[in-house]
Design a protein around this ligand. Structure first.
Ligand SMILES: NC(=O)c1ccc[n+]([C@@H]2O[C@H](COP(=O)([O-])OP(=O)(O)OC[C@H]3O[C@@H](n4cnc5c(N)ncnc54)[C@H](O)[C@@H]3O)[C@@H](O)[C@H]2O)c1
Length: 395
C-alpha cells in the first residue's frame, strides 16, 4: 500500500464489501483501518485479516482518528442515518447505492453534506465501469454529435439469489428498482446528459412467493430532447449476457452448465430466515466465505446491453470497450483495463479526498437517480407520466 494511502473504515461487512474487497486490498491508495458489523464472526475475521480495529457500532468507528473515509455498505434502510453520523464526525463518505430509499432522506443527506466540509461519493455503481466512462468521454468530445436515444436491457437471475427478507419487500427498499435500476439509471443519466424530464414505466411482480418488483420497462425523456428505453428482468430465465459473449456482470466468462443454478440452490431453502443465513454465509466472515483475489480479467464489468444513438454514430458498450457504428465503418475502441477491478471508484474517492475535487457521483447526483427510480414505481402504480424535480447534470 502507498505511503499516503487513504484510511478506510467499513460499515457493513456483507456482500457489497465482499465484492469490493479485492479492490480495497489491491489498490495501493487504500488502507483498511477499521470495520463494523453486527456479525461477530465478520468483526473477528476483519481484525485478524487486516490487523485493524473492529467495532460494534458505527459511532465507535467514526471516532477512530485513523478513519479518513467511511465506506457505508449496510442495507439501504440504514444509509441515511449512517451518512449523517459519518458526516457529523467529519469523515468523507463512500456510500453504496441507492443513496436512500425516499427523496426526503436523499435531501437530508444532500443538505448534511452541503453543510459539512466532507465529500460524499455514491458507489460502487456500474456507471463507474470503464466502458461507460469511455463512452462518456467519446460523447463529450463531440465527434459523434448529440445523443438522441439510449436503449438498455439487462436480464439476470437477481430475484433468485439468496436475500434478506427486506430485499423482497418494496416498502423496505426491496426489489430490482431500488437495487438494480440504481445502476441502470445512473448509466443512462451519465450518458444522456443527466437531466431526465419525465418517466413512464410498468413494473412486474410475477412470482407470488417473492412479491416485489422484479422487472420493469421505462421510457425516459431528457430536457435535451433525448429519450431512453430501459428494461430489466431479474426472473432468471433469459440471460442477456448471451448478447455480450457470455461475459457476466463481473467481467468473467460464464459457464453454460450453470443455467438455472440460482433457482435450484434456492429450492433447497425452507424459510426466509434460512435464506438470510445462506446469504450471510457466503459473505465475509460467513461459514462458506472464500476470498477471491482480483480477477486479472480480460473483460470489463458491465450492466447488460446498451446502445447509444448519436447524430453521427451508434455506440454499443461491451465488456471490451465501445463499438462504434459510424456512417462508413464499424470498429471497436478497446477500453484500457486497470490492474484492479473497480479502480475507477478509488479514482473518484482519491480525487475528492486528496485533491478536493467535486465528485461526479455526489449526493445531488444520486438523489436524481433515486428520483427516477421512485418515479418508475410511481408511474407503474398510477399509469401516468411522472415529472422530475431534482435532476442535475453530471460534473
Ligand atoms: N455495488 C454493488 O455491486 C453492490 C452489491 C451488493 C450490494 N450493494 C449494496 O450494498 C448494500 C448492502 O447490501 P448487501 O447485499 O451487501 O447486504 P448484506 O446483507 O450482504 O450485507 C449487509 C451487511 O451489513 C451488516 N449490517 C446490518 N445492519 C448494520 C448496521 N446497523 N451497521 C453496520 N452493519 C450492519 C449486516 O450484518 C451485513 O453483514 C445495499 O445498499 C446494496 O444496494 C451494492
Amino acid at each position: 500500500m502507498g505511503k499516503n494511502a487513504i484510511g478506510l473504515g467499513v460499515v457493513g461487512l456483507g456482500r457489497a464489501f465482499t465484492l469490493m474487497l479485492p479492490t480495497f486490498t489491491q489498490d495501493e491508495r487504500i488502507r483498511l483501518v477499521a470495520g463494523t458489523d453486527p456479525r461477530e464472526s465478520a468483526r473477528l475475521m476483519f481484525s485478524k485479516d487486516f490487523n485493524a480495529n473492529a467495532y460494534s457500532t458505527i459511532d465507535e468507528l467514526c471516532a477512530d482518528p485513523a478513519v479518513e473515509v467511511v465506506y457505508i455498505a449496510s442495507p439501504h434502510q440504514f444509509h441515511a442515518a449512517h451518512v449523517r453520523i459519518a458526516a457529523a464526525a467529519g469523515k468523507h463518505i463512500l456510500v453504496e447505492k441507492p443513496l436512500a430509499i425516499d427523496i426526503e432522506d436523499c435531501t437530508a443527506i444532500v443538505n448534511a453534506i452541503d453543510a459539512s466540509s466532507v465529500g460524499l461519493i455514491v458507489g460502487h455503481s456500474h456507471s463507474f465501469n470503464g466502458p461507460v466512462l469511455h463512452a462518456r468521454r467519446l460523447l463529450q468530445s463531440g465527434e459523434f454529435g448529440a445523443v438522441h436515444m439510449l436503449n438498455s436491457l439487462n436480464y439476470t437471475d437477481f430475484l433468485y439469489r439468496p436475500r434478506r427478507p427486506e430485499e423482497l419487500d418494496t416498502r423496505l427498499g426491496g426489489g430490482v428498482v431500488f437495487s438494480q435500476a440504481a445502476h441502470q439509471i445512473d448509466i443512462i443519466r451519465l450518458l444522456g446528459g443527466g437531466l431526465v424530464q419525465s418517466v413512464r414505466a410498468c413494473t412486474g411482480q410475477w412470482d407470488p412467493g417473492r412479491p416485489t418488483e422484479s422487472a420493469y420497462s421505462a421510457l425516459l425523456t431528457f430536457d435535451n430532447g433525448a429519450f431512453a428505453s430501459v428494461t430489466y428482468s431479474g426472473y432468471g430465465h433469459y440471460d442477456s449476457d448471451e448478447l455480450l459473449g457470455n461475459i457476466g456482470e463481473m467481467g468473467i466468462e460464464k459457464n453454460a452448465a450453470g443455467y438455472g443454478a440460482a433457482r435450484k440452490k434456492l429450492a433447497q431453502i425452507s424459510s426466509p430466515a434460512a435464506e438470510a443465513t445462506l446469504k450471510a454465509a457466503g459473505n465475509y466472515g460467513g461459514a462458506n466465505y472464500q476470498f477471491k483475489p482480483a480477477n486479472p480479467a480480460r473483460f470489463h464489468q458491465h450492466f447488460g446491453h446498451l446502445v447509444v444513438s448519436a447524430s453521427n454514430a451508434d455506440l454499443r458498450l461491451t465488456p471490451e470497450g465501445v463499438v462504434i457504428y459510424s456512417d462508413e465503418k464499424r470498429y471497436l475502441l478497446p477500453t484500457p483495463k486497470s490492474r484492479v477491478p473497480r479502480a475507477e471508484v478509488i479514482d473518484e474517492v482519491w480525487n475528492v479526498v486528496r485533491d478536493n475535487a467535486a465528485p461526479t457521483h455526489g449526493a445531488a447526483w444520486a438523489r436524481a437517480t433515486t428520483e427516477v427510480c421512485l418515479a418508475i414505481l410511481k408511474s407503474a402504480e398510477t399509469g401516468t407520466d411522472i415529472k422530475m424535480q431534482f435532476q442535475v447534470r453530471p460534473s
